[in-house]
Each structure stands twice: as C-alpha cells, then as structure tokens.
Write a protein that binds this ligand. Structure first.
Ligand code: ROI
Length: 161
C-alpha cells in the first residue's frame, strides 16, 4: 500500500465541476481508498492565452502498480472529454501522479516525482493541506523548503460550498 498524491487541473467546461467529477471517479478506483482532497485553487495559466485553471490535490492509498494507476487516471481524463490536441493545451481534466510513496519512477510514460511540482504554487499549496509536515522528496528536500521558495502569488483559494 502506498500513499499517492494526485494533482488535478482543469481550465475548460466548468473546471470546478470537472474536479468534483474527478474526485468521484477517484473514489471508485479499485484497490484504492481516497483519503483526502484539498481545497480548490484558481490561478492564471502558466502559458498565456489560456483560460484560468482550477487546481487541487487528492490523496489516495492504493495497492495498484504505478502504471496501472496511470492507465486508470488516463481513462478518467478521457471519460471527461479530454482531447490531446496540443501539448500544454487547455484541457477539461489533467490528472498527474505527483508522488507515489517514496518511489522514484523513471519510465517513458511516467516520471515520479512529477517533474515540475517543486516550483508550482498551484501544486505545493494544496499538497500542503494534505501532506504530513515532514513530507519530503526523494532528494531530501522537504515540502516546507519547497513552499518557502515558492511564494503564494496569483493563487486564489476558492471557498467550498
Ligand atoms: N497553469 C495553471 N495555473 N494550472 C495548471 O494546471 C497548468 N497546467 C499546464 C500549464 C499550461 C503549464 N499551465 C497551468 O499544463
């Protein structure tokens, strides 16, 4: 059993609703238990000319193998109308495996820890709502250190209703 953190993002077709549907789908995954979901946060796209994103992080306990979880997440993305028209393009739903226990995974389809999570406020702040205070990456850097280097700028925490 591993504790897995999943980054969620959407900037098309009612993003908050997309994330709520994704949470329901995560709760149905086999061999898995959804253990937490952060608040939702809005921010501008890192690439100009796209709608604003809504992002959140989910925590999952699972005995699925990493690539089986990846397959399941891609099926959820596709089920919510994801079209891969262009790399980095706007999307109805993006589900990224951020951390998979302490594992370092370096496969063509899957790199964990997720390569950009260290510097992205829209990943780190929701992650911090769920993660233990001493969470650290395989290279030893703690979440606390990553947060200290990543100001809470341009993020809007949405109230949950
Ligand atoms: N920008 C924000 N704010 N949130 C995202 O999830 C996100 N995802 C992306 C790019 C286009 C890099 N920008 C983003 O893929």
């Amino acid at each position: 059993m591993e504790r897995i953190y999943i980054g969620m993002g959407s900037n098309l077709a009612d993003p908050a609703e997309q994330l709520r549907s994704a949470v329901e789908a995560l709760a149905q995954l086999p061999q898995s238990k959804l253990v937490g979901v952060s608040a939702f946060y809005q921010s501008d796209s890192l690439l100009p000319g796209q709608p604003r994103y809504t992002n959140a992080v989910a925590a999952l306990d699972s005995t699925l193998a990493p690539l089986d979880l990846l397959d399941a997440l891609q099926a959820i993305e596709n089920g919510q109308g994801r079209e891969r028209l262009e790399r980095w393009g706007p999307r109805t739903l993006d589900l990224d495996i951020l951390l998979f226990g302490d594992q370092v995974i370096d496969e063509a389809r899957l790199k964990v820890p997720h390569y950009h999570m260290q510097e992205r406020a829209f990943v780190l702040y929701p992650l911090a709502e769920l993660a233990p205070a001493d969470l650290h990456l395989a290279d030893g850097r703690t979440l606390r250190e990553l947060l200290a280097a990543c100001p809470f700028v341009g993020l809007e925490r949405l109230s949950q209703d």
